[in-house]
Design a protein around this ligand. Sequence first.
Ligand code: BV8
Ligand code: ZN
Length: 244
Amino acid sequence: MFSDLLINKLKKATTVAALTGAGISAESGVPTFRGEQGLWKKFRPEELANFNAFMKNPKLVWEWYNFRKNLISQVQPNPGHHALVQMETYFQDFYLITQNVDNLHRLAGNKRIYELHGNIMRNRCVDCNKQWSDTLIDEENLPHCDCGGLIRPDVVWFGESLPEKEITKSFEVARKSEVFFSIGTSALVQPAASLPIEAKRAGAYVVEINFEPTVITDYVDESIIGKSGEILPSLIRQIINDQE
Ligand code: BV8
Ligand code: ZN
């Protein structure tokens, strides 16, 4: 399943990075964004994951986020998440960059995570950014901050800029990684989708692991089609076994 070139590169690599998207959580039972389950009450994510939609109908957007938080609170990380924890231990310098807001990489045990799009378990004030993460959100009586601002999920919506430190560090990592994985993402959302491109431009060996081809498949060095929950454990097993 894996080329000798990839295995040899991984056995010698010190700096390895992985960008993940919703696909890595699919086998945990979390619907992906653009898959058939991506719809919620006939809405597309792009219609709800934006500031105007929230200010126009905060109750509806909070219903969607509470639905997702409730679903996520009932699922577990899958073998794909656990394989990335093993990678963090195995490689001298491993960086995990995620577009996901589902907290599953943290739950699985990765420590060095760049969350490009925030985290669904965190909330903040629309006006003053004060954190209100442990506030239970009752959609019927939406809570407000001390300053009077509405409380919102602490995630990055379409049209909003990504957290400066996370995206800057992620491009630095992409430029210095020897092997860069793009895992479970349709590579459509910017600026995250530019990371594998930047990695390749800077000389990394770029490997895509995805259930189906994407817009970057023709561009990467190696494309492995299949389930990340099967591919990643088999990859890390092969690297570790070969070393023994
Ligand atoms: C910004 C958080 C500007 C919220 C999310 C036109 C052209 C280019 C760009 C734009 C444009 N128009 C607008 C833009 C910018 C826009 C953008 O990129 N739009 C796209 C859709 C065209 N980007 C933005 O708005 C970003 N901000 O640009 O700001 C700016 C700049 C300066 C100052 C001010 C403003 C903000 C983007 C962040 C949006 N927030 N999420 C929430 O989650 O509620 S994005 C959302 O999409 C999720 O984070 C998700 O992770 C992300 C990407 O989706 P994927 O993860 O890839 O999921 P998807 O379902 O698409 O694919 C899953 C894949 O997994 C599939 O390929 C499937 O085959 C595969 N799979 C399934 N099962 C498995 C599997 N693979 C392996 N194993 C399996 N078992
Ligand atoms: Zn406030």
